[in-house]
Design a protein around this ligand. Structure first.
Ligand code: MN
Length: 370
């Protein structure tokens, strides 16, 4: 297995690429959708993961301006010139597939566009595209001084904002400036699964031919519904259902340990999470891992420092290693450290912890025993 690092679009400069390499990363995951272009107006400070308010993470991109093969190839080459490999893009721009998620009038056109995009991702030499088949997206989380030493972190504090998802919004981004009055996406879980299955049956063959793995992130926060819209993967076994829709190497998982540990069915001492890691890595279904930790489950959980949550990270690594997992691990999120560079310091802390455990495993040392 390999140590990787995740960067947002506004961080794709030499300083951040060197920082990733300096932390020991060999691989990179890139959020190519810009969640931060409106800066603090949308509640998204550029120095941390996005949270946003009920208007989301700002305005999505142009539905007709797909990322091109040339630009993606240029991105890969730039990353390689810094001694790193581009393992995955993370997430489609919501504007590219809003009507696939909402089953709107542009669904057919958007499916054709997304197929072109997946082919271009493959042609550009990028092996994985992470996605989250979600109507409301990552919505409703708050920030507080919740991690060790009063470090600022993200979580839910018992409160769930149930403002319905308005017209003109999907995946926690706005498709246009002005939102409509009507609520959208108020459908059943069965209907959501039907849409997902239709999507996968068309997309997996295209991805397979392009040599690309589609890698699914679970719903964060993992509640049955958010903003009146159903969620696809909010318990660990729903990942199995997702894989069984169409078992194939191109139907894979973006394995968010943080989100999984926030789930109410995680079992006593997170036993169901260790079992899931074992099951899914044995099945070769994990394309890459969001290697992070939390305390508690929805609607009362908080993101923690990597060594301070409910999940035993050394036990997870031991399982992955036993099953010969050869994908990439990235920190995903961390609490912010109190200093001049809170995000960098938090990430460096996680990377050092991960690298130390991974190096020991590679030397054949035991890092966890029952
Ligand atoms: Mn994640």
């Amino acid at each position: 297995m390999k140590l990787g690092f995740g960067l947002y679009r506004h961080q794709l400069d030499s300083d951040h690429l060197q920082f990733a390499r300096q932390c020991g990363a060999t691989h990179l995951v890139v959020h190519y959708t810009d969640y931060f272009k409106q800066g603090d107006q949308s509640g998204n400070a550029r120095g941390d993961q996005p949270t946003g308010d009920q208007y989301g993470w700002g305005v999505a991109g142009d539905p007709n301006a797909l990322w091109t093969r040339d630009e993606l190839q240029g991105l890969r080459e730039k990353i390689e010139s810094h001694g790193l490999k581009l393992h995955a893009l993370e997430n489609f721009d919501p504007a590219f597939w809003s009507d696939i998620l909402l089953e709107g009038p542009s669904r057919e056109r958007q499916m054709a566009h997304l197929k072109t995009l997946v082919r271009d991702i493959g042609a550009a030499g990028i092996p994985v595209i992470g996605y989250n088949f979600s109507l409301a997206g990552v919505y409703g989380r708050q920030k507080g001084k919740w991690a060790r030493g009063d470090a600022i972190s993200v979580g839910l504090d018992g409160f769930i904002d149930e403002t319905p998802l308005p017209e003109g919004m999907v995946w926690n981004m706005r498709l246009r400036e002005n939102l409509g009055p009507a609520a959208v996406g108020q459908i059943s879980h069965d209907e959501l699964w039907r849409r997902f299955e239709a999507f996968m049956k068309e997309m997996v063959p295209v991805a397979a031919e392009a040599g690309v793995r589609l890698a699914a992130h679970p719903d964060d926060p993992p509640l049955p519904k958010v903003r009146g819209t159903p969620r696809l993967v909010y318990q660990p076994t729903m990942y199995d259902r997702l894989l069984d829709v169409l078992p194939h190497r191109s139907n894979a998982l973006e394995y968010c340990l943080g989100t999984l540990t926030e789930m109410t069915d995680r079992g006593e001492n997170c036993e169901n999470i260790y079992a899931a890691v074992d099951r899914h890595s044995r099945r070769n279904a994990i394309a890459y891992v969001h290697f992070r930790n939390v305390r508690g489950v929805v609607p009362n959980y908080k993101e923690t420092f990597i060594d301070d949550g409910d999940l035993d990270m050394a036990r997870v690594l031991t399982i992955l290693n036993k099953n010969n997992f050869d994908g990439v691990l990235i920190p995903d999120h961390t609490p912010l450290l109190s200093c001049a560079a809170p995000w960098h310091a938090g990430m460096a802390y996680s990377m050092g912890y991960m690298k130390s455990l991974m190096d020991r495993l590679q030397q054949g040392l035991t890092i966890w025993s029952p």
